[in-house]
Design a protein around this ligand. Sequence first.
Ligand SMILES: [Zn+2]
Length: 60
Amino acid sequence: MAGSRGGLECPVCGLPVEVPDDAVDGEVLEHECGSMLEVVRRNGVLELRPLEGVQEDWGE
Ligand SMILES: [Zn+2]
């Protein structure tokens, strides 16, 4: 699964997320599923993580 360049998945719903090419670390995007996603830039690689505070209890 290496090489996720150009496409990130929503960690909540698993659907593709369009991330601006100039997205910066800490930027918050709202996905179409209603989740708020924080952009994390690590070693030049963008990742997405659910923004704390809006997570729902969706089981284990
Ligand atoms: Zn989503």
